[in-house]
Write a protein that binds this ligand. Structure first.
Ligand SMILES: [Fe+2]
Length: 240
């Protein structure tokens, strides 16, 4: 789809650790799908969320080894790294420091998820805590939260304090409806977006559309901006 090496920094391809890939066969299908979309570098981000997804980090690392092997079998230029989609809680800092939860590819970046109805003050407080702790929070799929969805000023405030914003490829590609796509366009037009992730979970319904979203961004905002979102910014995570 694309001659360039795109990145996917948000996906659930590690088998058997969350609600993503159920087994290694599904992982293989997802990796192939990513490759066909033009993705060459992936950060796998299984959920960590209290009372829902609490897979121990040792188990995630163990399962991730299978992902590495599967990726190498698909193509030598397909790189995979380990990360986490960390649902915000009050113990984030000690958990990160004690490495009970992974950052993004061993960097200081932390993919941070909130609840649909998380309040502005809570989002601000948690992101500030991460920033003060020397981490670089990336807010996962900002198109989903009421607080960020209803106020670009709030998004601007978060960016101003040093947080990074991520949107899902599906939302940009229009798979989540007209209003979501319109919101994404507004965020991009305002220069408030840093990353796009597929958030793929399986090979049938929640698939990877990174290449499709990349082409949409090129068509609407030009090649340079698309490259910034899908290549240059994510490359900074890997560089550390
Ligand atoms: Fe996710």
């Amino acid at each position: 789809m694309s001659g360039k090496g795109l990145y996917d920094i948000h996906c659930h391809i590690v088998p058997g650790v969350d609600d993503g890939a159920t087994d290694i066969e599904e992982t293989r299908k997802l990796l192939q799908m990513e490759y066909d979309q033009g993705v060459r570098t992936i950060i796998a981000t299984p959920h960590f969320r209290f009372r829902m997804f609490e897979t121990p980090v040792e188990r995630v690392k163990q399962q991730f080894q299978m992902v590495e092997k599967a990726a190498a079998e698909i193509a030598p230029d397909l790189q995979v790294y380990s990360g986490c989609e960390f649902h915000a809680n009050m113990e984030m800092l000690p958990m990160l420091r004690e490495q009970r939860v992974m950052t993004m590819a061993g960097s200081r970046y932390v993919l941070t998820e909130f609840s649909h109805n998380s309040e502005e003050n809570y989002i601000l407080e948690r992101l500030n805590a991460l920033l003060s702790g020397g981490y670089k929070p990336i807010v996962a799929h900002i198109e989903r939260y009421e607080a960020t969805r209803t106020s670009l000023d709030f998004v601007e405030e978060l960016v101003g304090m040093g947080a990074y914003m991520q949107i899902n490829a599906d939302s940009i590609a229009g798979k989540d409806g007209f209003f979501t796509r319109r919101y994404c366009n507004k965020v991009m037009k305002s220069g408030l977006l840093h990353f796009v992730g597929s958030d793929c979970h399986n090979s049938t319904r929640r698939i990877s559309r990174i290449g499709e979203a990349y082409n949409r961004v090129i068509a609407k905002f030009g090649q340079d901006y698309a490259d910034e979102l899908f290549i240059h910014n994510p490359a900074q995570i890997i560089k550390k």
